[in-house]
Design a protein around this ligand. Structure first.
Ligand code: NAD
Length: 505
């Protein structure tokens, strides 16, 4: 007889007990094995939620990157993965996805302990999103056909896609598993070998993800993971002469350097997913409460540490007071709490240095004359210095730092406008172009404004909806190329033409 008693959801105490029992392993993953850095060096970081040190992390550097690239190159050249049929690669990726879901609680815990996001979000979004990404690219790869060009009768011209070779994936700390999966899914499905460099601020889940890949049948050497600092491991990967392409997600500042590394080395393909300062435009007649809830739902999600956070809200002057009131009311749902508490509305920022930088933007906004409607401070009596209250600034002017720079924290800026043309000009007056949102019940206005916005994604009358089926990426200094959807294969494949002459009989 099977036990059908429903399992109670884990409580905060349960999660703390599991966290105490968790074995974190910060060693490198090369050739299907754990190992230490070649020079034996390591570094440590603290868990932001509780401010306790985590186990040592191997400090990967040039020699380790070289070893990982050589392992990936050997795997690529002997075809142990690249030459497997698409159907076989699909089976491995689908099995990997299944194993990610089977390890959901462990992976969610690693993510939460490492970078401070609420356990409920890690479990409901980051882990299933990672699993879905891996399965989706696996499922896609045996359904994509190549092309035959419309040549004359004396020729057959085949246009085929080939994997790039060895791909370097360099990812940030805000969604460690998911950002890795957005690179690994399409790159591995296409038959490449990959060297993954996770952020020094949240490295633990990447190595665990790679272990699960091996268990699912990915041959050793096809995926190697080298944790370490950006200026050491990251730079060595980007400069490596035997890396064919890089998928980079991170800040615009480092993204600019990445193109320099490509130029200084072997002109490797360089694709970047960078920062944002996304604007939401709220027009008269629209659902103000709905707009405030959607802005809060994305901006305060993940402690504001999201590239697509709608941190600039441009509201028609006639609605602005009502909107600010509604957004302030929303902050009640996003009060920071222990990330291991399943009820926490928001977690801790990734570390104290980042919290300091967010607070410096807040101080700057006050000094510049913006009005802090709610929040605006570090949470007193919290277990660490990483908790910042959800914050709304009203009466923000376009030139203020808080309106132009990526804060990457739970801070909203509300600006007022009078006309549609002024709103569009304000929204587009940014070096970034990642995402934007429009709230309008006027169909023509919604389309007109959506067309006018220079952003990779424009949300209309919602901001939170998303799916692996649509491309994700930015215009202008928010990057080039796209993650997600079938378009991501463009980054990890080369087009080849094979022209055959057909002789007459
Ligand atoms: P970051 O640029 O500081 O670091 C990103 C990665 O690059 C890390 O792994 C880091 O170690 C590495 N790195 C740093 N210096 C390097 C160097 N000189 N050479 C090679 N690698 C180097 O960014 P971050 O603080 O980790 O992440 C936050 C940023 O990421 C924000 O700007 C955010 O908007 C952006 N982001 C963008 C997207 C997107 O899809 N557009 C998604 C998530 C995050």
């Amino acid at each position: 007889m099977s036990d059908t008693t429903p399992q109670a959801a884990p409580t905060r105490a349960d999660w703390h007990a599991r966290a105490a029992a968790l074995q974190l392993d910060g060693r490198l993953w090369i050739d299907g094995r754990r190992c230490d850095a070649a020079d034996g060096r390591s570094f440590t970081k603290r868990s932001p939620g509780a401010d306790h040190p985590l186990p040592p992390i191997a400090r990967g550097a040039e020699a380790d990157i070289d070893r990982a690239v050589r392992s990936a190159r050997a795997a690529f050249d002997d075809g142990r993965w690249r030459l497997q049929s698409p159907a076989r690669r699909k089976a491995v990726l689908v099995e990997w996805s299944r194993r990610v879901l089977a390890a959901a609680e462990e992976l969610a815990l690693i993510e939460t302990i490492d970078m401070g996001k609420p356990i409920a979000r890690s479990l409901a979004a980051d882990v299933p999103g990672t699993a879905r990404t891996l399965a989706w690219y696996g499922e896609a790869v045996d359904k994509i056909y190549d092309e035959v060009a419309p040549t004359a009768a004396d020729a057959l011209a085949l246009i085929t896609r080939e994997p790039l070779g060895v791909v370097g994936a360099i990812v940030p700390w805000n969604y460690p598993l998911l950002m890795s999966a957005w690179k690994l899914g399409p790159a591995l499905a296409a038959g490449n070998s990959v060297v993954l460099k996770p952020s020094e601020r949240s490295p633990f889940s990447a190595m665990r993800l790679a272990e699960l890949a091996l268990e699912a049948g990915l041959p050793p050497g096809v995926l190697n993971v080298v944790p370490g600092y950006g200026h050491e491991a990251g730079e060595a990967l980007a400069l490596h002469m035997d890396v064919d392409g890089i998928g980079f997600t991170g800040s615009t500042r480092i993204g600019k350097r990445m193109f320099g590394y490509a130029g200084q080395s072997n002109l490797k393909r360089m694709f970047t997913e960078l920062g944002g300062k996304s604007a939401v435009l709220v027009f008269p007649g629209s659902d103000v409460e709905g707009a405030a809830a959607a802005v809060a739902g994305t901006l305060f999600y993940n402690q504001g540490e999201s590239c697509n956070a709608p941190s600039r809200v441009l509201v028609h002057r006639s609605l602005a007071d009502q909107f600010v009131q509604a957004l302030v009311a929303q902050t009640a749902h996003y009060q920071p709490g222990d990330p291991l508490d399943p009820q926490a509305g928001m977690g801790a920022l990734v570390d104290a240095a980042h919290a300091d930088s967010v607070l410096a933007f807040i101080d700057g906004a006050r000094a510049a004359g913006a009005r802090c409607a709610v929040g605006g401070q570090r949470v007193a009596d919290a277990p660490s210095a990483c908790y910042v209250a959800p914050t709304v600034f009203d009466q923000v002017e376009p030139g203020m730092g808080i309106a132009t720079e990526e804060v990457f924290g739970p801070v909203a800026s509300v600006l007022r406008f009078d006309t549609e043309a002024q709103a569009l000009a304000l929204a587009n007056d940014s070096p970034y172009g990642l995402q934007a949102g429009v709230w309008s019940r006027d169909l023509s206005q919604a389309h007109r404004v959506a067309r006018g916005l220079r952003a990779g994604t424009v949300h209309v009358n919602q901001y939170n909806d998303d799916d692996i089926t649509v491309p994700f990426g930015g215009m202008k200094q928010s990057g080039n190329g796209r993650d997600k959807s079938l378009h991501a294969f463009d980054k990890y494949t080369e087009l080849k033409t094979t022209w055959l002459r057909i002789d007459p009989a």
